[in-house]
Design a protein around this ligand. Structure first.
Ligand code: C2E
Ligand code: CA
Ligand code: CA
Length: 828
């Protein structure tokens, strides 16, 4: 709009200045061939642009001032105008497709020429031999340049909204070059004045200058390209990430090729996602699409060969392909790493209406590709290593490493009134799946659990695989209760059986929870504590456990105990305590349970659960069992010899039952101490008897053959039914103490104890109630008809010496008994 206004102004100026000159009489029109020759010179001058480099500035100079000076001397002003406008009009037909631009330029030439004419008319006529005429002519050309300059400046300021002083100065530089051209024209004119033969010399000079310029231009651009290439490689090497690399690479490539777009495409490979990034002229940052058709890049990757398409490049089929897009020309080069093509680099749309990519540009692109392919591949490698370092290969979930970083961050940004919850999900029975179905089945199970957890985790949570069968979820929440609720929900959501071939695998998890700030701020500590809670969760019905300090003291102590336990067993520091078992109806002492005791020199009494676990895990279980068995049998023999025989009960770990030599060893032991085998009861927990499927069965049968009694310990805490137990060779059931303790207050517990007693009687099993702590419990058990009781009500577990004292104080020989073996009755 404004451009047209300016163009109209130029037309008015041209006409206003030209009309008065039309009738000027002292200007000759001259012969037509002179006009034709000068018009041709104008054409050449306009068409040939010289690119010059001055300091750090580069500029483009047209050579029109030479013909302009000549024609000012040799032609009528109207001829000058006609020749100049004709040349401009013809050349700009090629140079621009934009109508506004075209007319603006043509009339700018017209106005500038009209101004020059006006100066000459006012101070002319001109004569080549008069220095005053030189001044007039050069002033006329200077005026014309000024008009051109102001016209361009005006349009630029209108179109681009303002011009900076620097911009104004830069645009002024060609004016100086124009004056130099004008002087050259003047010298040529003077030479021609002397003799027309000088034209030969001038021609020779022109050819020489042209050749020199070409060499200079080539040198210049080579030098420039080398410099840019060096800069590019350096910058690309410095880039520290794929994103930064793409940023630098594309911006530079776009600049070097003077392209509107530069694109980097790395197709997806393996589990690494596709990268498609484009730098566009005038746009900050990168776009995630490309202007040129995708098929072109695909061909480049497939064939590993360059594709260059445009008016000057490629074949018809390829140009057809390009026609569908808004790209006029494009060069796509493969990025090769070794023999593989890892991606491609592309530039599209050479900037400038008249400019197109040519073969030199293709060569430049290929050079850039070969210089940067390694860096690009490396960045991918780095990215991959970075990904590997933070992700689990099987599930592609973040790994423990990443979880630690995330925990650190979460702890730092936690808002007051919220907690950071760390949930650890431990997959149950993974080892069974691995053992029975193979490791790939186990992997599939884990991948499925990871997927389900990631799918169902609330927004904002981070799910990671932090160990073999452990997944962790990190989330900021309102409070601990919310975390427990979430744990339960997710556990249920994970539970759907997973189809595996014709099988369906059960997916069960135990969840441990650690909370920041309650349980610490250090990521490692939170993870360790959540882990401990997970371990504890496995033993509970809900299978969800929040960390508490009790869990830690136990496990931390266990860690340091292994060596101490070994020394204690060697030194005979482990003791055996005895707890009486009483036949409820007759209040008769029937036997004792042997319980191991260990007083650690610094920790004090260590819970048997702890040191038994340590013994199990450090290969000392056999020695521990041996120690208790020997002490039990020794006392058993002794009591028998003393005339009041008592049974002894010894606890066995489930692991002992899968030891194939244990039964034989026990038989020898019983013979060694000369104890009737039926006086020894072996207590094995309910889970120990059945959890390991059929493996303990042969040992149980062998033990039964030897004649020792077998008892199911902690009955009711496991999952077995009494009728199942009947098929095992056991004679006794020990109802777990939690039921017995709860019996007085909880009807459910009472009902369970009653049912166990009834059924056991039915199957011919003896029932022992452990944990009898009160008179009330005892009377209830009596009423139900339970055979034997054991508990603090009668006595705590006692050392041999204290048991002897207890026997003396609390028992008397049963009056009804008169044989060799006296029964002992407990007295209140
Ligand atoms: P257990 O076999 O169930 O042993 C009975 C536990 O109940 C003993 O705990 C005993 O002190 C406790 N107890 C007895 N009467 C009462 C009562 O009235 N109220 C309460 N609250 N508790 C009562 P202790 O000695 O701490 O033993 C714990 C567990 O350690 C035993 O459970 C047993 O499984 C294991 N254990 C102990 N000694 C050995 C051993 O020599 N070998 C093996 N393998 N395990 C052992
Ligand atoms: Ca026991
Ligand atoms: Ca028990």
């Amino acid at each position: 709009m404004y451009s047209w206004l300016i163009t109209s102004g130029l037309i008015v100026l041209t006409v206003a200045l030209t009309v008065p000159t039309a009738g000027v009489s002292h200007f000759r029109f001259g012969p037509w061939w002179l006009f034709a020759a000068l018009a041709a010179l104008f054409l050449a001058g306009q068409a040939i642009n010289l690119h010059l480099e001055v300091g750090r500035q580069s500029m483009t100079v047209a050579l029109v001032e030479i013909p302009l000076l000549l024609s000012l001397f040799l032609l009528h002003p109207l001829g000058v105008l006609a020749a100049r406008v004709l040349a401009g009009a013809v050349v700009y037909l090629w140079r621009t497709k934009d109508v506004t631009k075209y007319f603006f330029n043509v009339f700018l030439f017209a106005a500038a020429t009209a101004v020059a004419n006006a100066v000459v008319v006012a101070f002319g006529p001109l004569s080549p031999t008069h220095p005053q005429s030189w001044v007039v002519a050069l002033s006329a050309i200077l005026m014309a340049e000024l008009v051109t300059y102001l016209g361009v400046a005006l349009v630029i300021s209108v179109v681009q909204g303002g011009l900076t002083t620097r911009g104004l100065l830069r645009n002024a530089q060609p004016m100086a070059a124009g004056l130099v051209c004008a002087v050259i024209g003047l010298i040529m004119l003077l030479a021609i004045q002397v003799t027309l033969w000088s034209l030969l010399l001038l021609l020779g000079l022109t050819v020489a200058v042209a050749l020199a310029y070409r060499a200079y231009a080539r040198f210049l651009s080579e030098h420039q390209k080398l410099d840019q290439m060096y800069e590019l490689t350096r910058a690309v090497r410095r880039a520290s990430s794929e994103g930064e690399l793409a940023d630098i690479l594309l911006a530079r490539v776009r600049e070097m090729l003077r392209a509107e777009y530069a694109t980097l495409w790395l197709p997806a490979s393996g589990r690494y996602p596709e990268v498609l990034l484009t730098a566009k002229e005038g746009v900050r940052g990168l776009l995630d699409k490309a202007p040129a058709p995708h098929s072109l890049r695909a061909e480049v990757i497939e064939e590993g060969a360059t594709r260059a398409v445009g008016p000057k490049l490629g074949d018809d089929r390829e140009r057809e392909l390009l026609a569908s897009s808004r790209v006029k020309d494009v060069i796509t080069v493969p990025l090769r790493s070794g023999s593989a093509t890892v991606g491609c680099l592309e530039c599209a749309n050479r900037l400038g209406d008249l400019h197109l990519f040519d073969h030199a540009d293709v060569a430049l692109m290929e050079a850039i590709a070969s210089q940067t392919a390694v860096a690009v591949e490396n960045s991918r490698l780095v990215e991959r290593l970075r990904f590997d370092a933070y992700h689990d290969a099987l599930t592609a979930l973040p790994n423990r490493h990443r979880m630690i970083t995330a925990l650190e961050e979460a702890v730092q940004v936690r808002a007051p009134g919220e907690v950071v919850a760390l949930l650890i999900f431990d997959v149950d029975g993974l080892r069974d799946v691995n053992d029975s179905l193979g490791h790939s089945a186990g992997d599939q199970l884990l991948a499925e659990v990871g997927k389900r957890l990631a799918d169902r985790a609330p927004a904002g949570s981070l799910v990671a695989r932090i160990g073999g069968d452990e997944f962790a979820l990190l989330l900021r929440m309102g409070n601990t209760e919310a975390a427990v609720g979430l744990a339960g929900e997710l556990r249920t959501a994970l539970q759907d059986p997973m189809p595996f071939g014709t099988l369906r695998l059960d997916v069960d998890t135990a969840v441990g929870i650690a909370i920041h700030p309650d349980h610490g701020s250090e990521p490692e500590m939170l993870l360790q504590r959540a882990d401990l809670a997970t371990l504890a969760a496995k033993g509970t019905q809900a299978a969800v456990q929040v960390f508490n300090l009790g869990l830690e003291s136990r496990s931390v102590r266990r860690l340091g105990l292994a060596g101490d336990l070994r020394r204690a067993i060697d030194a005979g520091d482990l003791e055996v305590y005895f707890q009486p078992k009483i036949a409820i109806g007759r209040r008769e002492l029937v036997g004792v349970e042997c319980l191991a005791r260990w007083k650690h020199p610094t920790h004090g009494w260590v819970a048997p659960e702890d040191f038994v676990a340590v013994a199990e895990h450090t290969g000392q279980l056999g020695r521990l069992t041996d120690l208790v068995l020997r002490e039990g049998l020794r006392r058993c023999r002794q009591w028998g010899d003393e005339g009041h025989p008592l049974t002894v009960a010894v606890n066995l770990s489930p692991r002992t039952l899968v030891d194939p030599v244990f039964a034989g060893y026990l038989e020898e032991l019983v013979q060694e101490y000369g104890v009737p085998p039926e006086r020894l009861t072996l207590e094995i927990t309910e889970d120990g008897m059945i959890a390991e499927t059929d493996r303990p069965l042969p040992t149980l049968r062998r033990l039964r053959e030897i004649g020792v009694r077998l008892s199911v310990d902690d009955f009711g805490t496991g999952y077995s039914s009494l009728s199942y137990l009947r098929r095992l060779p056991v004679q006794e059931v020990k109802i777990d103490r939690t039921f017995v303790q709860g019996m007085a207050t909880d009807e459910g517990d009472h009902a369970i104890v009653r049912a166990v007693v009834d059924l056991a009687g039915h199957f011919g099993l003896q029932v022992v109630a452990e944990g009898v702590e009160s008179e009330l419990a005892l009377s209830q058990l009596e009423e139900i008809g339970c055979d034997v009781g054991q508990g603090f009500y009668f006595s705590r577990p006692l050392s041999y010496e204290r048991l002897t004292a207890w026997l003396a104080a609390r028992t008397e020989v049963s009056p009804a008994d008169s044989g060799d073996d006296r029964k002992l009755r407990v007295v209140p």
